[in-house]
Design a protein around this ligand. Sequence first.
Ligand code: ZN
Ligand code: ZN
Length: 350
Amino acid sequence: MSNKMKAMVLDAPMQYSVKEVDKPACPERGLLVRVIACGLCGSDLRTLKSGHKNISLPWTTGHEVSGEVMEVGTGYRGQWKLGDILAIAPVVYCGTCEFCVAGRYELCDNSRELAQHWKGGFAEYMALPEEALALGTIQKVPEGLDPIIAAVAEPASSCVNAQEKGQVGLGDTVVIIGSGPIGCIHISIARARGAEKIIVADVSEDRLKLCEPFGPDHTIDASKVNLVEEVRRLTNGKGADVVITANPAGQTQVQAVEMAKKGGRILLFGGLPHDNSKPGIDTNLIHYRGLHLIGTTTFAPRHHLMALSMMASGRIPGEKLVTHVLPLESFAEGVDLAVSGKALKVVYKP
Ligand SMILES: [Zn+2]
Ligand SMILES: [Zn+2]
């Protein structure tokens, strides 16, 4: 077997190419997988543009991966075998901090990520270190689930965690602000949890069209109407039980608080730019209306398992989410599709 492989290498911000590099060795007590699919994430786009504090260039990113076990390292003691098809999400917990000990892995003090501390999946092969196998988010792809779809269980895992924290449930009216891939996943999870009315808002008509296959009850083009008033109109003046911000615009957090029903929950799912993260929320509304403002980020292993099972059962329709499957050589084309908003999820097959 050749000891070279193809990989996307980021040499400097906005300078990346697919080239031949050394194939990684199978780590001791770890595994080597052949990458079947690797999804392109919004965070990859940010890293391509301006690097990332946890990585030094040149580097290979890609953290939404599925792969086949090709080699088993000496001393490996885990449950996977040669030929197993794995869904590989990137988070690796420490297992010893107070949050891990309490089972609240998503709050781990010392979590690390595949594709940051170890090289990522925009490559033909990927090494899985012992830590990631023991304390990470790696599962066997469920029977009947296409590995290409299993690769994008990672973003769905964060959405499962968010809606669990927000207790989305039977009869709820849920507003989702942002109709990108995350917004679409939130539609499906809210429906599965029993939401009655799901309203999706965006400022782009094209993006709103992309979420239609997920079956929202209403869509609102917030570039054309007053979003808060429109939500009130659709809810008999009461507002929404749950509002999820799935975008990086601070103004939508302000609006989310304004459109929530008394006693409602606001899930701040999308982070804001670091230099612009104080959007001016009217906290009197939170006080007098008894609102719950909830921040969520990442996920625990059980959320990843749940996301995979929801994809296998079709409750999260991954085939509608993955709009483009491209060879790794077409990496730049996929980036263009994602940046332009023409694609929901772009997945590469190295
Ligand atoms: Zn991601
Ligand atoms: Zn921890």
